[in-house]
Design a protein around this ligand. Structure first.
Ligand SMILES: *Cc1c(COP(=O)(O)O)cnc(C)c1O
Length: 412
């Protein structure tokens, strides 16, 4: 039995044993999964929870008087509480379930966007994922607002002095990623939040790449919104969370209309439900929410500082070994970065390397990683990206380096 706050010591073999997918062979080779930035693998507890939900608890929530509905409802709400505690949100109702980071950002862009007027400004950064660019462009078109972009340096670090100049009393929201999915840069979000608040703007943090790698405390950060995806934090796809401060969520109009988000409906007038239900119209991904709770509970029992250190060492080691390869260039060399190593090799298309690595059982991602402006900035078509999770090992990196070299022998 695990006593609360007692962490399981970081034991890589024990951890790997929890992830059945890692035991597979791909083309006769041990799978090396270095595509964690795209999605993470799932531990046995999460797989068991999915099975248990559908085999013993399946029911709709928040409406049935019968036993199963009450069980499902209480497990769904318990998951919300687990997540609330994990990110240290003050209130349970500030944790909104949705389908993922994309859904969370779009919801804020629409609903917070409804409070904006012509000429108001939104600030994003040069290294955002498309899902933290396009919703703001759509909002700007709809409400005649203006989108400003914090530029970055060739190292992939935000130009913070330019940020200072972008802020004005017209700035209503700053939306930035905590960690860049294509460069691995850890952005100085504490400073961004403080400066934005100084001029009265709200801040949304795209946490899709941070919650699985480091401790996130939304109260310590004082961010106004924090969005993340279940599937990148060892939970199911199709479920995610948006944290928002209650007073701001209360001030925003609802997103979608439908069941669960209402208090009373007549044909003359409908009144809306309280938080979190106001923003959760319709039957949600019940199994997803419950099992995301299981994933976060699993993560909360691990030592996140040890995880962060392990992943940092993996990324450092991978970079050091990759740099021995002729013509190889690391894209994203920020001082403060983690878990992602993006690179290009002179004269070689990333896709060709990715394909040859796959044949050797190694999963990496190649392409623009949903950050086309980042690729344009570096004047490259895309990168080869190895992104690590805590279940990856140094030994896997050694095999990966040999495989990159072997692939180059074939291509050169
Ligand atoms: C993956 C990712 C997203 C989008 O997440 P979805 O799960 O596809 O909604 C947004 N931002 C960053 C930084 C990401 O890595």
């Amino acid at each position: 039995m695990i006593v609360e706050n007692e962490k399981i010591p970081f034991d890589i073999n024990a951890i790997r044993a929890e992830f059945p997918v890692l035991k597979q062979k791909i083309y006769g080779k041990d799978l090396i999964y270095f595509d964690n930035g795209a999605t993470s693998q799932k531990p046995q507890v999460v797989l068991d929870a999915i099975n248990k939900y559908y085999s013993q608890e399946n029911s709709n929530i928040h409406r049935g008087v019968h036993h199963l509905s009450q069980v499902a409802t209480s497990h769904y709400e318990e998951a919300r509480t687990i997540i609330q505690k994990y990110i240290n949100a003050p209130l349970q109702e500030e944790v909104l379930f949705n389908s993922g980071t994309t859904a969370g950002i779009n919801m804020v862009a629409f609903c917070f966007g409804e409070l904006l007027t012509e000429g108001d400004e939104i600030v994003i950064s040069a290294m955002e994922h498309h899902s933290n660019i396009v919703p703001w462009q759509m909002l700007c078109e709809r409400k005649k607002c203006i989108l400003k972009v914090i530029p970055m340096t060739k190292k992939g670090e935000l130009e913070m002095d330019v940020f200072d100049n972008l802020l004005s009393n017209k700035t209503k929201l700053v939306a930035v990623s905590h960690i860049s999915n294509s460069l691995g840069t850890i952005n100085p979000i504490e400073e961004i939040i403080e400066k934005a608040h100084d001029i009265g703007a709200k801040v949304l943090i795209d946490g899709a790449q941070s919650i699985q790698h480091m401790k996130v405390d939304v109260q310590a950060l004082d961010c106004d919104f924090y969005a993340f995806s279940g599937h990148k934090v060892f939970g199911p796809t199709g479920v995610g969370v948006l944290y928002g401060k209650k007073e701001i969520l209360d001030s925003m109009p609802p997103y979608q209309g439908g069941g669960d988000m209402i208090s009373k409906v007549t044909f003359e007038k409908t009144t809306y439900n309280t938080l979190p239900h106001k923003f959760e119209a319709g039957t949600p991904h019940i199994a997803g929410g419950i099992c995301l709770g299981t994933a976060i509970e699993y993560l909360s029992k691990l030592d996140i500082d040890a995880i962060q250190k392990h992943e940092y060492e993996l990324a450092q080691y991978a970079e050091q070994e990759l740099l021995n390869i002729d013509g190889l260039r690391i894209i994203g060399t920020a001082k403060n970065k983690t878990s992602v190593v993006s690179f290009v090799i002179e004269g070689i298309h990333p896709f060709d390397i990715g394909t040859l690595l796959d044949k050797q059982g190694i999963a990496v991602r190649t392409g623009h990683h949903c950050t086309q402006p980042v690729m344009s900035f570096f004047e490259i078509p895309g990168t080869i990206r190895a992104s690590f999770a805590f279940y990856n090992t140094k030994n896997e990196i050694d095999i990966f380096i040999k495989a990159v070299n072997r692939s180059l022998e074939m291509l050169r």
